[in-house]
Ligand binder design. Structure first.
Ligand SMILES: Cc1cc2nc3c(=O)[nH]c(=O)nc-3n(C[C@H](O)[C@H](O)[C@H](O)COP(=O)(O)OP(=O)(O)OC[C@H]3O[C@@H](n4cnc5c(N)ncnc54)[C@H](O)[C@@H]3O)c2cc1C
Length: 393
């Protein structure tokens, strides 16, 4: 009998398992994959996410992989360019973009070091119920089928969560698909973190490990069929369209990997808990990746769930109250970033060109702007009435 079984061992599952194990609980973490293994991601971890890594004692290991700290950001829309950085969070001023085959094993190893048992290549294909309550999981491995029981089963198994489906977690909130994304890795492309936008087009340059730069492009979902008919042409065309001159930078660099991409980036919140079960990460809430918030939010969800449960896991009424609280807080915690993401994924940046122009002229506002992007400042607090009056926007 475990206290907690965590299904999925990446950005959401591994920190959840680590935090429960550090709190003294008996934890089993399972993943159907074998690590280290890459997963689709443009890798960006905002300052609040990096601050979680520091709090957990893992930032040093992540930085030691060689991904460069990014404490200077560029954002360009048409002729308006903002340069600056987010406010620091817990003294952390830099964002990082570690490759996922490096980051995810660091997180999983931290869970194991805290005392969690980790089974790889182990698939959850069933939930065990007693009186309407989840009391364990059915597991499938190369050796056959087995069952394990726990007081709490946490689904950290991604957007298509099997745990959520088996628990019957309803979708409580959903917006339509908005973009499709393609990216690859380049060498010989020295750059900081930069984002370029024009109508219906978004391109980001993200420095990562081994001197490589991830160049990512976003298109409207309505173009997905055209884009995937000739991904390379669409990808390079997107780069050329947002900022003349960028395609020459790519022409003098080398593409090191194939193009990766997806047209399925759903925007939803699921019911995040029920009797004996909870969801964290993409399983609980998914949004377009254009704002690069999934990893940071997974860290925040792991923290929120484990703090809500606290030392009440072995007391059923206390646990049920904690799970209810987590489901409510989870939505409040993530709604601001979700709204920003949906607005960004509309790919209509020219609507706010006047505002961006005024912000670009003001270094204090520029820093405030980058802080709303990182999540260090609520986006509702970007514009004060006094500044709006002064800037006449
Ligand atoms: C194109 C793209 C770009 C992105 N860019 C960024 C970015 O720049 N920054 C950012 O913060 N986020 C980004 N994201 C989002 C980010 O990658 C996710 O939010 C994050 O990986 C979610 O982590 P997770 O642990 O919830 O789920 P996942 O990473 O999906 O991990 C789920 C794990 O569960 C395991 N699993 C699934 N089913 C089972 C089962 N039945 N039994 C056992 N194990 C199971 C899987 O093997 C997997 O390892 C991007 C996403 C995409 C698609």
């Amino acid at each position: 009998m475990y206290d907690v079984i965590v299904v999925g061992a990446r950005c959401a599952g591994a920190p959840t398992a680590m935090l429960f194990a550090r709190a003294g609980y008996r934890v089993l973490m399972v993943d159907k994959a074998r690590f280290p293994r890459d997963t689709m991601s443009t890798l960006y971890i905002h300052q609040p996410g990096v601050a979680h890594l520091q709090r957990w004692g893992l930032l040093e290991a992540v930085a030691a992989t060689g991904c460069p700290p990014m404490d200077r950001h560029g954002y360009q829309v048409a002729d308006v360019r903002l340069e600056g950085c987010s406010w620091p969070v817990d003294g952390i001023r830099a964002a990082y973009a570690p490759r996922r085959h490096l980051l995810d094993p660091i997180l999983a190893e931290a869970a194991v070091a805290a005392g969690a048992e980790f089974r790889e290549q182990c698939t959850v294909d069933d939930l065990l119920f007693e009186g309407g309550r989840v009391v364990g999981v059915g597991l499938r491995t190369a050796a056959g089928r087995s069952e394990e029981r726990a007081r709490l089963v946490v689904g950290a198994d991604g957007m298509r969560s099997r745990t959520a489906a088996l628990a019957g977690a309803p979708t409580v909130f959903e917006d339509p698909l908005m973009t499709c994304a393609y990216y690859t890795f380049w060498s010989g492309l020295p750059t900081g973190f930069e984002v370029y936008q024009s109508t219906d087009r978004w391109v980001g340059f993200v420095p990562t490990n081994d001197g490589l730069t991830l160049v990512g492009t976003y298109f409207p979902q309505s173009e997905f069929d055209t884009v995937r008919a000739n991904v390379r042409r669409a990808y390079l065309g997107n780069v050329a369209a947002v900022a003349p001159g960028l395609e020459e930078r790519l022409a003098s660099a080398s593409q090191e990997e194939r193009l990766y991409g997806t047209g399925e980036q759903r925007n939803f919140f699921r019911q995040a808990s029920g009797p004996g079960w909870a969801l964290v990460g993409d399983a609980a809430h998914h949004k377009d990746s254009i704002t690069g918030k999934g990893i940071t939010d997974a860290f925040r969800q792991a923290t929120a769930l484990t703090e809500c449960v606290g030392d009440g896991l072995q007391d059923r009424p206390l646990l049920d109250a904690a799970l209810d609280r987590y489901a409510r807080e989870h939505q409040d915690l993530l709604m601001d970033g979700y709204r920003d993401t949906v607005a960004t994924a509309e790919l209509k940046p020219l609507r706010r060109l006047g505002l961006l122009r005024a912000i670009a002229d003001d270094p204090v506002m520029t820093e405030r702007f980058f802080s709303t992007v990182s999540g260090a400042c609520p986006s509702s607090e970007l514009i004060t009435p006094e500044w709006r009056e002064r800037a006449r926007v």
